[in-house]
Design a protein around this ligand. Structure first.
Ligand code: SF4
Ligand code: SF4
Length: 505
């Protein structure tokens, strides 16, 4: 019996050391300096414990009464700790019901005109401008002050001035495709004429398999399907891009229109954002990646909507050109992840490093179920995004509270946007510092698996992330093609010193 226990404990220690080595290699590969040092310390410690154990075992110490007692105590404690951190703790019932599970009273549908981006598009002196601020007078003074301060997103790449030009050029190019090919008039493709009103007969399961397959083939990393909860449909059209469409409509004719969505299903699509570009936040490389993925979402959903129309059903793409729906709650309902403290969707596979888009349709299809992946518990301890947010736009409250009838952490979109205006990028510091954003190497996969099932593991790894990566991780150098210093010298790959540890200025 003691001999068997000796082997089991030895095997467990060797497995731990192996995981420690895996973590060290992973940190070096991720170019995480601090985590590499701590990983090395941890691995050496584990290795020493293993060596001492092997020496004691081979000397026959564990066959003596004192050694056997020690072995039994150590193995009982280790088994207890493993059980404590690996067992499934009671699930978060709210998360299992999706966004609906967070609703505690009447939710007023959100007016898209109130979104800070939409307000930023309003032209002072225009009839839309006066109409809007007469309806929402409390926002007038605030917006006028911001405009006076010049803190509206306009000076692209300002944080990297004067060497941002190449990256701003790339960022604008990333928008070119979706601005010119996925225009609002292409959002809702007409049914193919050869169908003569006929709808292809496909079972809901087959339909779900097909749309998921098409979206993934087009480049989506995650796809989920949900019935649309009308509470997550905007009440009025707000964001209008200021440019002429092909047919001469500036888009303003749609502005302020009530939105009544007749489609019962949403196919929500996520595209992964490149970790190396995100790690440079708030500098220009992350802006390239954000816009690239908005465009990619437009490409995927425009084609997917066309494919559905060709099957005889109605469909409308939802992407950066025009949204009818709020994507994070729909993505949560579609089982892609959970909405986090910072308002982004956290997914199990990519954390917050995803951009969302969707297709809404009347094609009946099998829906997915919302999932509890442990986000609410983890966020209640972690708060790293709130600590690092330079504009203090993220709530530091331990628990989410009621806002417009729904339990969540509320973001201050105005102050966040103002910071975007200061740096001239979409910041993304919160996305970068989030412990869920790490590369999914196998040691990180084990950690995510643990924190998704056990709330104590969530607490433990939240504290460990601060130790291994720092409470305020610094921006990291992007790949060489996205450096934002003078590109005449490719050895200069470090970010400019325009930001402090957390990207604050
Ligand atoms: S994007 Fe930047 S400013 Fe906005 S909430 Fe995140 S960290 Fe704060
Ligand atoms: S940084 Fe922490 S608190 Fe913020 S979203 Fe990520 S896990 Fe939640």
């Amino acid at each position: 019996m003691i001999q068997l226990l000796t082997y089991v404990v030895g095997f467990a220690l060797a497995a731990q050391a192996f995981i420690g080595l895996g973590y060290l290699v992973s940190s070096i590969w991720e170019k995480e300096k601090r985590a590499s040092w701590f990983g090395a310390l941890q691995f050496v410690g584990m290795l020493m414990v293993l060596l001492i154990y092997i020496m004691l075992a081979s000397s026959g110490y564990f066959t003596t009464p004192r050694g056997a007692a020690l072995l039994i105590v150590i193995s009982t404690l280790a088994a207890g700790a493993a059980y404590f951190f690996m067992r499934r703790t009671p699930p978060n019932e709210r998360a299992l019901k999706g966004a609906q599970g967070h609703v505690v009273s009447g939710v007023k549908r959100y007016d898209e005109r109130k979104v800070v981006f939409a307000r930023n598009h309003l032209v002072p002196g225009s009839s839309e401008y006066e109409r809007f601020y007469n309806e929402y007078p409390d926002l007038r003074e605030r917006d006028e002050e911001r405009r006076k301060r010049g803190h509206v997103l306009g000076k692209y790449g300002f944080v990297d001035t004067p060497h941002e030009k190449a990256n701003v050029a790339i960022m604008l190019a990333m928008r070119y495709f979706c601005a010119n090919t996925c225009k609002p008039e292409h959002l809702e493709p007409p049914q193919a004429p050869y169908l003569n009103g006929h709808k292809e007969s496909v079972t809901p399961i087959e339909a779900a398999i097909k749309v998921k397959g098409i979206a993934k083939h087009l480049g989506a990393c995650m796809v989920g399907i949900t019935r649309i909860d009308s509470r997550w449909v905007y009440s009025h059209r707000g964001t209008i891009w200021k440019r002429k469409y092909d047919h001469g409509d500036t888009g303003w004719s749609k502005w302020g229109r009530e939105i009544e969505l007749e489609y019962p299903y949403a196919i929500v699509v996520a595209e992964e954002m490149d970790r190396k570009l995100v790690d440079s936040a708030p500098h220009t490389p992350v802006f390239i990646e954000s816009i690239y993925n908005y465009s990619k979402g437009a490409y995927i959903t425009t084609q997917l909507a066309a494919a559905i129309a060709n099957m005889g059903y109605r469909a409308k793409a939802q992407h950066i050109q025009e949204y009818d729906v709020l994507l994070p709650p729909l993505a949560q309902d579609a089982g892609l992840g959970e909405v986090s403290r910072m308002g982004y969707l956290l997914t199990k596979k990519y954390g917050p490093r995803v951009r969302l888009s969707a297709v809404v349709t009347d094609w009946p299809m099998q829906v997915d179920k919302p999932k509890d992946i442990g986000v609410e518990n983890f966020c209640s301890i972690c708060k790293k995004c709130a600590t690092c947010c330079p504009s203090k736009s993220i709530s530091e409250d331990r628990h989410p509270s009621e806002h417009n009838g729904s339990i969540r952490w509320k973001i201050n979109g105005d102050t966040c946007f103002e910071y975007w205006g200061k740096v001239g990028t979409d910041c993304c510091i919160c996305m970068k510092v989030c412990p869920w954003a790490h590369a999914r190497t196998w040691p990180h996969k084990i950690i995510v698996w643990l924190i998704s099932r056990n709330k104590y593991a969530g607490m433990l790894f939240s504290y460990m992330d601060d130790i291994f990566y720092g409470r305020k991780p610094k921006p990291k150098a992007p790949p060489v093609w996205a450096v934002f210093r003078k590109t005449t010298d490719n050895r200069q790959r470090k970010p400019v010193a325009s930001t402090t540890a957390s990207g604050q200025d």
